[in-house]
Design a protein around this ligand. Structure first.
Ligand code: SF4
Length: 419
């Protein structure tokens, strides 16, 4: 039957899972592998043992937010400390943002912790402490919860049969079905969500989703996937294509035919047999990171017990590294000479401390490079010893003097620790 006008054509069959018996076999193979090989992770243990649905959803939610853009090995310790400190939504809702930032310090992407706490407050004050019970409502009602996190919480905590698509799932699905079009394009992402929803096991959706992600994290890895050990290799079209590559006298079943397929690799970058299964996924070239230079000054004084103390100031409550503490810093204009940099920083410090800081008094210490997700940041570090007391204008940013130990316990970014 003709499709109604405006409906996109369904993807060509080689890029789909359309055989119910194959879907059944893939679910069984993947889940059996997961039961044998899954990693022992604290959030899995908590979710399995917790009988209260709200507490279970909270435990999964915290893990999912921490795991965004961050390695499992890094997250474990942060997760354990967090859950010990705030075992429930109610406990988190009562925490201060400062405490949240302190615990989060070093984990990166700091707005995640802040939003988690804001959302917990919202659940407690507006939803009577009850977590929304479906993926749709989680996404709609909780700030900072996108489609992926909502699907993960709903499938793992409530057993809702809904798929998830993250970076690992994208890679696995693109390989299973030879999807070589730009995997960051909305059209491809939509198809992958459809596929994830169609594949997810109806009776064990949470385990199935975790299994698919685990496969991507441990077997179907980006550079050298372990195809021989892969529990779903018999369903993998990239693997088949690698083994029975081209040219073939009959039209290749893995190709969609005469070009124009929205999911095949673009004609300008066809299958490269030297890459094997890592032909998939493909991504449009990444944008170059923004290059930023910032002058920063470590102001030091003798504290009352003779130990050195350092001045830190708090960043604004929105934007990059919101609410975190840092040494007084000043973003520099591009191409500024060293001498001018130093003057600009001295002016800034003078205005801010009221102290007669002169450029010549600033000692250049070195440069520290730190890569944020999309920013290539260089801190040009100076130091300035002070004797006597400095009164800071309280109308400007909050500030405080800290010992080295206090500095490390404060909500400071990894970049500042490097400085
Ligand atoms: Fe990934 Fe290889 Fe398994 Fe295919 S066979 S899903 S490429 S690990």
């Amino acid at each position: 039957a003709a499709l109604p006008a405006g409906t996109p054509a369904p993807p060509p069959a080689p890029h789909l899972f359309s055989d119910p018996s194959e879907i059944g076999a893939l679910r069984r193979n993947l889940l059996a592998w997961y039961d044998r090989c899954k990693r022992d992770l604290p959030w899995r243990a908590l979710a399995a043992a917790e009988t209260d649905a709200d507490r279970r959803a909270y435990a999964v939610w915290v893990s999912e937010i921490m795991l965004q853009q961050t390695q499992v090995a890094t997250v474990i310790d942060y997760y354990n400390r967090w859950m010990q400190k705030w075992p429930t939504l109610q406990a988190l809702a009562q925490a201060s943002l400062e405490e949240v930032n302190e615990l989060w310090a070093g984990l990166g992407y700091y707005s995640r912790g802040k939003r988690l706490q804001e959302a917990a407050k919202k659940v407690v004050s507006e939803l009577a402490g009850r977590m929304p019970r479906t993926a749709e409502d989680l996404q709609k009602l909780l700030p900072g919860v996108g489609r992926y996190t909502a699907g993960a919480i709903a499938s793992i905590s409530y057993g809702q049969a809904t798929g998830v698509v993250d970076g690992n799932v994208i890679r696995v699905l693109c390989r299973l079905r030879c999807i070589g079009a730009d995997s960051s394009s909305p059209a491809v992402i939509d198809r992958l969500w459809d596929m994830a929803d169609a594949l997810v096991d109806r009776s064990r959706p949470g385990d199935f989703n975790q299994a698919l992600m685990e496969l991507g994290a441990t077997v179907c890895v980006p550079k050298a996937p372990l195809c021989r050990e892969c529990p779903v290799k018999q369903h993998c079209r990239a693997q088949r294509r690698k083994l029975f590559g081209k040219p073939t006298p009959v039209p290749d079943v893995e190709d969609c035919g005469a070009g124009g397929c929205p999911l095949c690799p673009p004609a300008t970058e066809p299958w490269d047999s030297s890459l094997g299964v890592t032909n998939f996924p493909r991504k449009a070239a990444k944008k170059q990171p923004r290059v930023v230079r910032t002058a920063t000054c470590v102001l030091e004084r003798r504290g009352c017990h003779g130990a050195p103390e350092y001045l830190i100031v708090q960043r604004p409550s929105s934007g990059l590294l919101a609410g975190l503490w840092e040494f007084p810093s000043l973003p520099l204009d591009q191409g500024l000479q060293e001498e001018k940099q130093r003057e600009a920083l001295a002016d800034h410090l003078r205005a801010w401390t009221g102290w007669p800081v002169v450029a010549g008094g600033l000692r250049f210490v070195g440069e520290v490079v730190h890569i944020f997700s999309h920013i290539h940041q260089t801190y040009v570090v100076y130091s300035l010893p002070l004797d006597g007391d400095v009164t800071l204008d309280p109308a400007l940013s909050p500030s405080r003097w800290v010992t080295e130990e206090e500095f490390h316990a404060s909500a400071v970014s990894t970049a500042m620790k490097k400085v």
